[in-house]
Design a protein around this ligand. Structure first.
Ligand SMILES: Cc1cc2nc3c(=O)[nH]c(=O)nc-3n(C[C@H](O)[C@H](O)[C@H](O)COP(=O)(O)OP(=O)(O)OC[C@H]3O[C@@H](n4cnc5c(N)ncnc54)[C@H](O)[C@@H]3O)c2cc1C
Length: 241
């Protein structure tokens, strides 16, 4: 398996194209054909294409459909050994890229960077905290076999938005906690992930904490963890913006 050879099919986004992460440098992208683009829940899609590079679970790719659209970042949501790369994304109807992504059909082209980012999954005991599509890096970690000693807390607005919940229930059992803000459901905490965290009398001081989602959720969750005695160096965050 080779790391992306990007020289042949690549392009550089124009000077006016800003990638939406300071952590990713302007870099060339490779044109690849889409294998599938399925709506797995209302407004949520899993897009897939053949993997021809290595990555570490938790890493992201920069993606766009066209040179004129600045690439956006998406966490890889497939296992490190899977033959396909999968990306989980939600349609932002007023957004620039996701309406284009949602229209892609099998065989259509996508421009994709190599993997980047340092939100690396590890084998040790960890608490995974996600909101919405922030579940994606944990899907990658789960599919890469990193589920031992893991607790997953996933927040979503609707019951249908616990993406991959059956797989996580199978893999993690009672260590999979769902928090829903707009609907109540069996075994589901009614409220935000941060409210669930706040209500716990104690957390797990020796575990590592991974937080992924919006800036607001990540910052709030981090503050709660620190208030509850989790040391700063045990907290790793990936902010989607
Ligand atoms: C490290 C990282 C990983 C990520 N991983 C994922 C992932 O796995 N899955 C996922 O779904 N997303 C992920 N994201 C978010 C993703 O990169 C995009 O930001 C998202 O998909 C929106 O793209 P878009 O082009 O459709 O919307 P954009 O065009 O970027 O717009 C986003 C929203 O902002 C609004 N907006 C745009 N411009 C303005 C303006 N000038 N004033 C006010 N509002 C405005 C739009 O109406 C829209 O609702 C990640 C982000 C980061 C940084």
């Amino acid at each position: 398996m080779n790391i992306l050879n990007i020289s042949h099919h690549s392009f550089y986004p124009g000077e006016n194209c800003q990638m939406n992460s300071a952590t990713v440098q302007k870099k060339s992208l490779k044109k690849i054909p889409i294998i599938d683009n399925q709506e797995i829940a209302p407004g949520a899609f899993v897009l897939s294409f053949k993997r021809d590079f290595l990555f570490i679970p938790g890493q992201v790719l920069a993606v766009t459909t066209h040179e004129n659209i600045a690439p956006r970042l998406y966490s890889i949501a497939s296992g490190a050994q899977d033959e396909e790369i999968r990306l989980l994304y939600t349609l932002k109807p007023d957004g620039e890229l996701t309406p284009e992504l949602a229209n892609l059909k099998t065989g259509d082209s996508l421009f994709v960077s190599g993997p980047t980012g340092k939100f690396f999954g590890i084998a040790g005991p960890s608490v995974w905290i996600a909101a919405g599509t922030g579940i994606a890096p944990f899907v990658s970690m789960w599919r890469s076999g990193l589920t031992k000693d893991k607790i997953l807390i996933h927040g979503s607005r609707f019951l249908h938005s616990f993406y991959f919940e059956y797989e996580f229930k199978n893999a993690l059992g009672d260590s999979f906690i769902r928090c829903c803000t707009k609907e109540s459901g069996d075994g589901v905490f009614y409220g935000r992930v941060t409210q669930w965290l706040e209500q716990q009398p104690t957390l797990w001081p020796d575990k590592k904490y991974y937080i992924c989602g919006s800036a607001e959720m990540v910052v709030e969750a981090r503050d709660i963890l620190i208030d509850k005695g989790i040391s700063f160096d045990k907290i790793l965050a990936e902010i989607y913006f």
